[in-house]
Design a protein around this ligand. Structure first.
Ligand SMILES: Nc1ncnc2c1ncn2[C@@H]1O[C@H](COP(=O)(O)OP(=O)(O)OP(=O)(O)O)[C@@H](O)[C@H]1O
Length: 235
């Protein structure tokens, strides 16, 4: 199964932020999206999750229109969006009811893994930022998505949470989930991602492992090195 962006341009009202993006996310792979502040990473992800409609082009899942396939997507946003009037426990119950899923074993395992059990009866305002982030991560995982869309997930996590989260992303990939994640953490992206898209001033460039897909110029150079050469060249 594949989620595809076909010549997608878009932005806000009349302001075009991303231009002519064309790439696919296969199930069982992790794609990284990197770029400077304001490059359009979150805007790209908002087009994938349907929060924004493309001005041109289209987003499809397995060649079907996005809308009919939207239950295959889950989002971990950069700022956790938790319902203020629900406790953590009620939050998970709500997710289970709207996705009509019974994932209690999985949920229980994740509660222990992310140390959330002692927070189950708390409301979001009483949680630390990182704990809110973990609730958001678990909510997306128990929805059993085919494609997981993640916006800068690493910032608020403690080292333990970060370790388990990166392990979980690799596990989900092995289980056949397609993942796209935006991040500023280049070294994590390089370790985790099968392919990386560098967004810069509306352009997309690909980087895979240590070999650049279309030219020899980038062979054997780190993502950080390539990233800086891409953005500094264009100043
Ligand atoms: N809701 C919005 N309304 C209008 N313009 C917006 C909105 N959100 C973002 N923008 C603009 O779109 C451009 C791209 O922003 P976006 O948040 O996609 O960048 P980003 O690559 O995710 O940045 P960061 O690394 O800082 O998170 C910026 O110029 C920003 O000002």
């Amino acid at each position: 199964m594949m989620l595809s962006l076909n010549h997608v341009s878009g932005g806000y009202l009349t302001r075009r932020i991303i231009r002519d993006l064309t790439f696919g996310i296969h199930t069982g792979e992790i794609i990284g999206l990197v770029g400077l502040n304001g490059a359009g990473k979150s805007t790209t992800l908002r087009h994938i999750t349907g929060t924004l409609k493309p001005m041109d082009g289209e987003v499809t899942i397995n060649n079907k229109d996005w809308y009919s396939q939207r239950d295959k997507l889950a989002l971990i946003p950069d700022k956790p969006y938790l319902y203020p009037n629900l406790t953590v426990y009620e939050h998970f119950e709500f997710i289970k009811s709207i996705y009509r899923i019974n994932t209690d074993n999985y949920l229980n395992a994740l509660l222990d893994r992310y140390l959330i059990r002692s927070h189950l009866n708390k409301y979001p305002f009483a949680l630390s930022k990182g704990t809110q982030q973990k609730v958001s991560i678990i909510s997306a995982m128990i929805a059993n998505p085919t494609f997981l869309i993640i916006d800068e997930p690493f910032m608020g996590l403690d080292p333990r949470g970060l370790k388990y989260f990166t392990e979980d992303l690799n596990r989900l990939k092995r289980e056949g989930v397609g993942i796209i994640l935006s991040t500023h953490m280049l070294t994590i992206a390089e370790d985790l991602c099968d392919r990386i898209i560098v967004l810069h001033e509306g352009n997309q460039q690909y980087y895979k492992g240590r070999s650049y897909l279309s030219t020899d110029d980038f062979k054997d150079r780190s993502l950080e090195d390539i990233f800086f050469s891409m953005i500094e060249d264009k100043r």
